[in-house]
Design a protein around this ligand. Sequence first.
Ligand code: ATP
Length: 304
Amino acid sequence: MNPAVDIGYTVETLKMDTVNRTQKVSKTPGGKGLNVSRVLKQLGSPVLATGLLGGHIGAFIKEKLDEVALENNFYPIQSETRNCIAILHEGLQTEILEAGPTITPEEQAGFLAHFETLLKEVDLITISGSLPAGMDETLYATIIEKAAKASIPVLLDTSGKTLKIALEAATKPVLIKPNQEELAGLLGVPEATTVEELKKQLNSPLFDGVDWVVVSLGSKGALAKHEGVFYQVSIPKVNAVNPVGSGDSTIAGLAHAIAKGESVESILKTAVTAGTLNAMEAQTGFINMENFDTIFNAVTVEKV
Ligand code: ATP
């Protein structure tokens, strides 16, 4: 709902209170939803990206998605879509993140109507990231309810209050994928240090009615709860280059395998394989499919 153009500037040293010049500039469509979309396309799933886009920056995002044939159908808003800046310097990354546009009530209603027309074209929905200012915190819960009425499962990857509201609503998402920090934040408890503690956290009544709770554990893989059974998913040792966007890639793997009606084991293996493949690449929201089988065959799933 709040995409961005990710601008990357590389400078040797970042000097304060003066001019910094650079020729190393990258400008790419960014945001969690677009990471998921890109990886789904790489996995071979037909995908349609939607959300809100406005102004010249919004038009730039659309142009870039069209260039790589990533099908998209965004709802237009009045205000300008945001830029997010990352400055790479001295081995560090300094970021300046715009909050993004404030959405009017009319635009929110317009988006929901637009979304309902798209429901006819899809058989599974993923929602990623936070909501822009001005939007009701219940928006994801509303989307989940509308999708459920059309018998379309929703995979939800968000955090904090937005996630809590969606979990407390009458109609639940089919899947959530918090990382350990998000899970602890959601339950208001310290991060679990053992599998037993994690299992206890996942037995919270807050997750009743949610078909899949997949807790991603970075280089340690994932722990999932599905229909009351816990699964520990372990990954092989790999050379992690840039794990940013690995959670988004995990969601893409989950969506891809669930939409294809794969087995529980295959769904979990596909998910962490996609996350791991992303961590092995410098580019965010990108996987090298040539390595898919090698990683997939080395991932293990064990009931715990
Ligand atoms: P992000 O917010 O950056 O998208 P996240 O915190 O939601 O990530 P993680 O738990 O960090 O998600 O990672 C998701 C998956 O990606 C893991 O289950 C694992 O398969 C893979 N992964 C992440 N970090 C690493 C790493 N350092 N080495 C190997 N695989 C990794």
